[in-house]
Design a protein around this ligand. Structure first.
Ligand code: 0X9
Ligand code: ZN
Length: 372
């Protein structure tokens, strides 16, 4: 039986750590029977995930303070933000910056603007493009992107005219909002197609690189439905067009959960020609990630350390857009998968910033620029 089709929710699937599956209560017995029959051993990690969701909701309410319209530092990374708050956060940063500008790269299926921040210098300096929130429920990703934006603005005098950085913190705002308001574990976009009640496409299967070949399901109800065709989603079109226009030296896409620092390919276990460079740089970044809070990032190509899955933004960026350095960063799991405890936000974003600085330094050094 295809697990993706059936009301089960596959969370993390790893060659080394097994697969975590969210089983709805009404399927518990059927699931146990199925695993018994196939001889797969199971371990119940948590009986009632709703209690975890409720707890994190309560914490969010408690930490909701008014920061809109005040100084750029008033949001203290002590809760997750709704999309409107994220937009306000970005506007605030720009208001307090000399160089940062808002970028609007398109609209989501439901019409939300997909916005971000850039600090752009002259043509011949290195460029980094970062996105987050392709997957709705992975809230660790957008909050990390916001922190990087804040740090960029804080250090803008050093960065300006040395490197251009572009950050889109929520690629899939419709899904992100839906994961706040209706279904905490929503993954896909919220696009509708004729002939099915099922909603959404997995944006990270919708890119035109071996589209729909691996790790995808033709069932629109599946969480890994790649869409009816490549780039069917306005969100992936926006990322495609932006990457093609910028031609970055490095593309970093934030997901959760890992911790893993993945490089292409996801469509084959073969490695890209520059895998040694990718691996070496990832190891330097992982060293920094470990230094601060002891996080142990797994490094490798997606297909080798995670699973075969094609049509993802990272593969497309390297294969089609010819971005030389590409990573998917799966931010850490703190025991509850996609529910990052709010007290872990600060350690997570701070350690990620350390790794980000490694990437900045590296792409600058390639062009003999000192960005530290
Ligand atoms: O499956 C994904 O899209 C990513 N993992 S997640 O749990 N965040 O959904 C991993 C994508 C890795 N890259 C490729 N397979 N190309
Ligand atoms: Zn993801």
């Amino acid at each position: 039986m295809k697990i993706e089709k059936s009301g089960y929710d596959v969370w993390g699937r790893s060659r080394t750590n097994g697969t975590k599956i969210l089983v709805p209560p009404y399927l518990e017995n059927a699931f146990k029977d199925m695993m018994n029959e196939t001889g797969i051993s199971i371990k119940v990690l948590r009986r009632n995930i709703k209690s975890v969701v409720d707890r994190s909701r309560k914490a969010r309410r408690q930490n909701t303070r008014r920061f809109i319209g005040t100084s750029k530092n008033s949001f203290d990374f002590d809760r997750f933000l709704r999309y409107e708050e994220i937009i306000n956060f970005i506007h605030n940063l720009v208001r307090h910056s000399k160089y940062a500008e808002i970028i609007n790269i398109g609209n989501s299926f439901e019409g939300r603007p997909i916005i971000g921040l850039k600090i752009e210098g002259s043509k011949n300096i290195p460029k980094i493009f970062i996105d987050a929130g392709i997957h709705a429920r992975e809230w660790a990703a957008p909050i990390t992107a916001l922190y990087l934006m804040k740090m960029m603005v804080d250090h803008e005098d050093t960065l300006h005219e040395k490197i251009s950085i572009y950050v889109i913190p929520v690629v899939n705002p419709d899904g992100y909002e839906y994961s706040h308001t209706v279904d905490r574990f929503w993954r896909k976009t919220r696009s509708r197609i004729d002939g099915t009640e099922c909603v959404g496409t997995d944006a990270n299967r919708n890119f035109n690189s071996h589209w729909a070949e691996f790790g995808a399901s033709p069932d629109p109800c599946s969480d890994i439905f790649p869409g009816l065709e490549a780039f069917s989603e306005p969100e992936t079109q926006a990322i495609r067009d932006t990457i093609l226009a910028i031609e970055p030296d490095l593309y970093l896409t934030f997901h959760s959960y890992g911790p893993m620092l993945l490089y292409p390919w996801g469509f084959t276990k073969s490695l890209p020609s520059n895998w040694q460079e990718l691996d070496k740089l990832a190891k330097i970044a992982a060293h920094k990630l470990k230094q601060l809070n002891g996080q142990d990032y797994t490094i490798g190509s997606s297909a080798n350390v995670l699973y075969l899955a094609s049509g993802a933004s990272d593969d497309w960026a390297m294969q089609v857009a010819k971005v030389p350095l590409v990573y998917t960063m799966e931010l850490p799991d703190y025991g509850e998968g996609f529910i990052t405890p709010i007290e872990k936000i600060k350690p997570m974003v701070r350690e990620t910033y350390k790794a980000f600085k490694v990437f900045v330094k590296y792409v600058c050094a390639l062009r003999h620029i000192n960005c530290s």
